[in-house]
Design a protein around this ligand. Structure first.
Ligand code: SF4
Length: 283
C-alpha cells in the first residue's frame, strides 16, 4: 500500500506558535491554564494536558486570580484582558497575529461607522471563539451574518464595512458579499479577511485527494477548518473518510485499493498523521 501524507497539511503558523508558547510556559513549575481548547484537536489537547496544561472555559476564567492563563489563536474580546488586569492574571497571549490584526481593523471600522451612522458586518459562525473576539471589538454592536436569511438585519440605507472570520470558505464569502452589495443603497466596503493559510489549501487539496484511491482526513470534530477541508476531499474523491484518531480506522476502506492519501486541518498535529500512516502501511 502506498501511503502519502499531504506535505501542505497540518498546523498553520498560528497554531505552531500557540503550541510552542504553551510548551515553553509549561517548563516552569507554575500552573498554566488555557482558556478554551488550545487547538480544535482532542489528541493534541490531551498531549499538552499530560504536560500540565489545564483547559478551562470562560465561566471558570472569570473566577480566577493571581495565576497564568494562555490565550489561544482565536483571540479574545477586550473583557478578557480587563478581567486579567483587575485580578493579577498573567496572560500568555498566543492570539494569531492574523486574528489580532483583524481585531484592530474591526475596532477601527466600528469607530468610523459610529461617526457615519453606519454598520459593521461580520461574516462568521455564531458562537465561534474568533467571532466572539471580533464582536467584542465593537461592544457586540456589529451585525453577525452566517447565511442569506441573516441579511435582513442589515439596513440597506446605511453605509457598511464587512469583514470575515478568518476560516470561512472564500466562495461563501463572495456569494454573501455580492448579495449585500446588490441590496445596498449606501456605500459598502467589503474586506476579504479570510486567512490564506486555509484558503490556499483548498485547490492543492483537491488535486491531492483526486490523486489517491482512498483519502483519510484527520481532524478534530470541533474544527471548522477540518469540516471545510474534508468537504473538499469528499468532492474530489468519493472514497474519503474523516477520522479524529487511529481507533476510527476501518480496514474495509482499503480493500482493493493501492494508494492512500492522508491530510489534516490547520489544527491537526503532524505526529498524529504519521501515526495513522504507519498503521495503514501495515494493513
Ligand atoms: S488559520 Fe490563519 S488565522 Fe487561523 S491560526 Fe492559522 S494562521 Fe492564524
Amino acid at each position: 500500500m502506498k501511503v502519502e501524507i499531504d506535505q501542505k497539511s497540518g498546523f498553520c503558523f498560528g497554531v505552531v506558535n500557540a503550541v510552542s508558547k504553551a510548551e515553553e510556559a509549561l517548563q516552569s513549575n507554575d500552573k498554566l491554564y488555557c482558556l478554551g481548547d488550545i487547538v480544535h484537536n482532542g489528541m493534541e489537547v490531551s498531549r499538552l494536558e499530560t504536560l500540565g496544561l489545564i483547559t478551562i472555559d470562560h465561566k471558570k476564567y472569570f473566577t480566577l486570580k493571581d495565576c497564568k492563563v494562555l490565550l489561544r489563536t482565536h483571540g479574545e474580546p477586550p473583557s478578557t484582558y480587563e478581567y486579567a488586569r483587575e485580578n493579577n492574571i498573567e496572560l500568555i497571549d498566543a492570539t494569531c497575529p492574523v486574528v489580532l490584526k483583524l481585531q484592530q481593523r474591526v475596532r477601527r471600522a466600528h469607530e468610523d461607522m459610529q461617526q457615519q451612522q453606519g454598520q459593521v458586518i461580520i461574516f462568521g459562525k455564531k458562537g465561534h471563539a474568533e467571532v466572539k473576539g471580533l464582536l467584542g471589538q465593537t461592544g457586540n454592536r456589529a451585525i453577525l451574518v452566517e447565511n442569506e436569511a441573516d441579511l435582513e438585519q442589515i439596513d440597506p440605507q446605511k453605509p457598511l464595512v464587512m469583514f470575515s472570520q478568518t476560516t470561512k470558505p472564500l466562495d461563501d464569502f463572495h456569494r454573501l458579499s455580492a448579495k449585500i452589495q446588490e441590496r445596498a443603497q449606501a456605500p459598502t466596503d467589503i474586506k476579504d479577511t479570510i486567512c490564506r493559510q486555509v484558503a490556499n489549501r483548498v485547490p492543492r487539496l483537491k488535486i491531492f485527494a483526486a490523486g489517491h484511491d482512498v483519502m483519510i482526513f484527520v481532524g478534530g470534530r470541533k474544527s471548522s477548518n477540518a469540516k471545510l477541508l474534508f468537504a473538499v476531499c469528499q468532492q474530489a474523491n468519493p472514497n474519503s473518510y474523516f477520522i479524529s484518531g487511529k481507533e476510527e480506522l476501518d480496514t474495509n476502506w482499503f480493500t482493493g485499493h493501492n494508494s492512500v492519501g492522508i491530510s489534516g486541518a490547520t489544527s491537526t498535529p503532524q505526529w498524529l498523521m504519521e501515526e495513522i500512516a504507519e498503521i495503514i502501511r501495515k494493513i
